[in-house]
Design a protein around this ligand. Sequence first.
Ligand SMILES: Cc1cc2nc3c(=O)[nH]c(=O)nc-3n(C[C@H](O)[C@H](O)[C@H](O)COP(=O)(O)OP(=O)(O)OC[C@H]3O[C@@H](n4cnc5c(N)ncnc54)[C@H](O)[C@@H]3O)c2cc1C
Length: 426
Amino acid sequence: MSDWLHANGDAGVWPDTWYAEGLTLPAPRPPLDGDRAVDLCVIGGGITGLSAALHAARAGLSVIVLEAHRVGWGASGRNGGQVGSGFNWDQPRLEARPGTDAAALWALAEEARTLTIGLIAEHAPEADFRPGVLSACLSERELPAYAGWAERMGRDYGTDYEVLDRAGIATRIGTEAYAGGVLDRRAGYCNPLAYVLGLARAAEAAGAEIYETTEVIRIGERVETGSGHVSARFVLQATNGYAPGLTARTAARVLPINNYIAVTEPLPTPPMADPVAVADGRFVVNYFWQTRDGRLVYGGGESYGRRFPSDIASRVRVNMARVYPDLAGVRLTHAWGGTLAVTATRLPYLAEVAPGLFSAGGYSGHGLALSALFGKVSVEAMRGERSRFDTLASLPTPALPGGRVLGPWAAQAGMLFGAMRDRLVR
Ligand SMILES: Cc1cc2nc3c(=O)[nH]c(=O)nc-3n(C[C@H](O)[C@H](O)[C@H](O)COP(=O)(O)OP(=O)(O)OC[C@H]3O[C@@H](n4cnc5c(N)ncnc54)[C@H](O)[C@@H]3O)c2cc1C
């Protein structure tokens, strides 16, 4: 049993997020009972797993999805909603790495975002995708680098990023906290729970079976749950931060961390005149956007142990007040935490860990856009089309220094240092 799956919240119950309000939540799907044989067994009903299920079922494979709680219970249904561009490494950094096909990776990241926006439009229009993600920097001395990067991306990759200075940002989003930034209007934001629930409906309509409250305990000759077994030609571990330990290779490379979000009451004077999603350049990123009814969905603040803090709202409020001092005392109607996963390089992890056994995750904060594609290319590899899978699987995600036991501790110490630097340097 994975501790991260049971450390916070009620088993089999979605957290009380603002995203769930106004959605018609589906009735529970039954748990798996007994033994089954299929082409593909997917472990985890988040975007990675459900996208794989959808694409496999469309290709004629028989598919079972096993989800420990409810579909979208994990990070996919409770994240910051930002559908970004690219990877955690920018293109110049990928280009500089010997043997890396940076252009192919950019094309895949572009496809990931387009695929996500297309899935939302087709299966979950109520997720209400809106364009615009602003990457904001805190100090004037960072601004030339942002502007140079935007110019280079336009020249080499055809992007049309808009560079903003402090006044330009203040006019749009109502804060002078940022020295400048780059606005990407191809990226955007949405209600992620609506998206993942729509993806589950689409996977079922294509023929996949989904079992909820069904935790996988072990992957051996068969996939083993508390109440049944699945024999499958292919297995996809799509458990991200909640159960990397199901396979040893993944456990050595994919590290769970927790992150937090709070939502304000509808504000009498919402700060954003030109609503876009914002992510800033701190080591522990602040990210936020404004809802149509004038709330702020505000995320940020990490912790590296399993348990969420008892007062998530206060924790988020501190960060929000640095950017919007006038909102320091505003009422927060919702606050929740979630578990995501990072790798040592902050690049996503994709592997065939044993013949027919695939694993994807560790998106390091970029998973809302990337995860649908990682599910899709995993299915391509199962069907013998390996080139795109191999390109993504070649991204470096080395074992965490210190190995499977000490690695998470060493990595957590590094992240604590980064978070402390945020507090000292800014
Ligand atoms: C607070 C927060 C904010 C974030 N903000 C953003 C953002 O704005 N933009 C962005 O791109 N990314 C963001 N992310 C990251 C993003 O949400 C994830 O990368 C993405 O959702 C990963 O999807 P997934 O399907 O791989 O994993 P998950 O959605 O976590 O799904 C894994 C599923 O597997 C199930 N599971 C685990 N173990 C087992 C088992 N043993 N048996 C059966 N089922 C199991 C879990 O219950 C879970 O439902 C954020 C994450 C968090 C937590």
